[in-house]
Design a protein around this ligand. Structure first.
Ligand code: ADP
Ligand code: MG
Ligand code: ZN
Length: 512
């Protein structure tokens, strides 16, 4: 592996003696209608516990798994999207271990022959573009969910984190609804060097999953789970140090922070003469630190062997070609196209492409009949639209019709309404869906750009404010601003402000 240049602690820190080595494992819940090896529905959100189970995903004896084709296709699509080699032939392996959330006592996974191997993903960081090398992407099945409850708690069944708060009688409940859901695991090479690179990788992969429709990849609800393997080594040394594996990061920010914490912790261990222990650690959000969870399992603890109940999986050239051809435009290509074809900045392109809602609004407004420039649409989508979606004003589920946005932009560029009023119109359209033209009409926002009307309004203001006119003539140019304000007031804000300014100055500078 090539040695990255970035030191573990960043420039000027005391940590420059060490360099971090990071590899990321990500599990994504695939967006299939049924589970990985049975016909159970995957609509388990909010469902009654153990209501989406059958003998196969409960691991009862004598049942046979069948392969979910769309899960296979999602991993193939991912493989092509990360420029990996998609296997012609792969097989299934049993990973054996005991835990109550794993009813069969083994997980069907792909060990020796992953469906996709040797890919890569490139994205921007604050230090410029960076490419993560991806070792493999494979298919497996999810486990059930253990819920630790306190029998004496006021709300029985409240999920607990395993720590015993209070002295109540404790019991563990099991919900097998998630058991057997299709999971894709994506493992990188250890060529990541900083927490930021790791976070950006996870963000770009999440965007990719959403773009190809393989997973909704929400971290908050476990659809995407990121684990970081972190070690440090003296700068210039080839051999890797002992790694720890960090789990339970619930957000992208947590991924970056957990890695930074782990680098710092390991540095302190080594600096104080200690040794790093191979272990699995958890990220604790409240204390912003990692804690020991368990010693790391060794590979041979799992006693992998080929799954006897499933035949090897073959992908024909036709099938592979079909999946590849079906890929939508990928984020990296789209960002480049927005810059080259539409002249957008790298920043605007990234913001638009990051959010599927923004992307489709931009594309549709561009395609609408109004013919407004891409840059203006991009400004509205990355500005007002993004602000409304985020802010409390943004009624959740608010919508913008692309043709209405284009019409609104056209009204502004034609000088028919002011930019300030346009924002109000936009917010109202977003909340109610009412057509832009109707809102402009109802609220009397149509700008007065008729120079005759403006000139008579100016004349009235000039006559009514002799003192301000005298100030202006005496060289106090900000008196003009006051007079513009008076004209705007007299026209209830509807005057075309730019025209008023120009006409007023011309009027004032004219000899009396
Ligand atoms: P396991 O299956 O036990 O988690 P792997 O060898 O498959 O172990 O590696 C898992 C991840 O850890 C990969 O992303 C890999 O790049 C990374 N990794 C391996 N060795 C190190 C190391 N010394 N430091 C940091 N990351 C490592
Ligand atoms: Mg691991
Ligand atoms: Zn089932």
């Amino acid at each position: 592996m090539s040695a990255g240049a970035a030191p573990a602690g960043g420039k000027g820190s005391t940590l420059e003696k060490y360099e971090a080595v990071i590899g990321i494992e990500i599990h994504c819940q695939l967006k299939t209608a049924s589970k990985m090896f049975c016909g159970c529905s995957t609509e388990i959100d909010g469902a009654e516990p153990n209501s989406h189970c059958c003998p196969v995903c409960l691991g009862l004896p004598g049942v046979l798994p069948t392969i979910n084709k769309s899960a296979v296709e999602f991993v193939m699509a991912t493989g092509f999207a990360i420029e990996a080699t998609v296997a012609e032939s792969t097989r299934w392996d049993r990973k054996n271990y005991f835990y109550p959330d794993l009813p069969k006592g083994y997980q069907i996974s792909q060990y020796q022959l992953p469906l996709a191997a040797n890919g890569k993903l490139t994205f921007d960081t604050s230090d410029g573009p960076f490419t993560v090398l991806i070792r493999r992407a494979h298919l497996e099945e999810d486990t059930g969910r253990l819920i630790h409850a306190d029998l004496d708690a006021e709300e029985p069944g409240t999920p607990a984190d395993g720590s015993s708060k209070g002295a109540g009688r404790r019991v563990s409940l099991i919900d097998y609804n998630r058991s057997g859901m299709a999971l894709m695991e994506i493992v990188t090479e250890p060529n990541i060097r900083t927490g930021e690179q790791a976070r950006r990788y996870a963000e770009e992969l999440r965007l990719l999953m959403r773009t190809i429709g393989a997973s909704d990849a929400e971290m908050e609800n476990g659809q995407m789970r990121v684990e970081a393997n972190v070690s440090i080594r003296p700068v210039g040394r080839e051999a890797f140090g002992t790694r720890t594996e960090v789990k339970n990061m619930n957000s992208m920010k947590a991924v970056e922070r957990a890695i930074a914490f782990e680098i710092q912790r390991q540095t302190e261990v080594l600096e104080s003469g200690g040794t790093v222990t191979m272990e699995t650690r958890g990220w604790d959000e409240p204390s912003q630190s990692t804690y020991h969870m368990r010693p790391k399992e060794e590979e041979n603890d799992y006693r992998y062997f080929p799954e006897p109940d499933l035949p090897p999986l073959r992908t024909t050239p036709e099938w592979r070609a079909q999946i590849k051809a079906r890929l939508p435009e990928l984020p990296a290509a789209r960002r480049t196209r927005y810059q080259t074809q539409h002249g957008l900045s790298a920043y605007d392109a990234a913001v638009l492409v990051n959010d599927p809602g923004a992307t489709s609004l931009f594309e549709a407004a561009l395609a609408s009949a109004a013919g407004v420039p891409a840059k203006l649409i991009a400004n509205w989508v990355t500005g007002e639209y993004a602000r409304l979606v985020k802010s409390a004003e943004g009624v959740s589920g608010g919508k913008v019709a692309a043709a209405e946005l284009a019409a609104l932009i056209k009204l502004v560029t034609d000088g028919a309404i002011s930019g300030t009023n346009a924002k109000e119109v936009f917010a109202e359209h977003y909340a109610s869906g009412t057509a832009v033209a109707s809102i402009v009409e109802a609220r009397g926002f149509r700008q007065i750009s008729d120079s005759g009307v403006l000139e008579s309004a100016i004349e009235e203001v000039v006559t009514a404010n002799p003192a301000a006119v005298a100030d202006y003539k005496a060289g106090k140019t900000n008196a003009a601003g006051f007079l513009v304000g008076q004209v705007m007031k007299a026209t209830r804000g509807q005057a075309n402000a730019a025209m008023v300014q120009e006409a007023l100055r011309a009027r004032l500078d004219r000899a009396e």
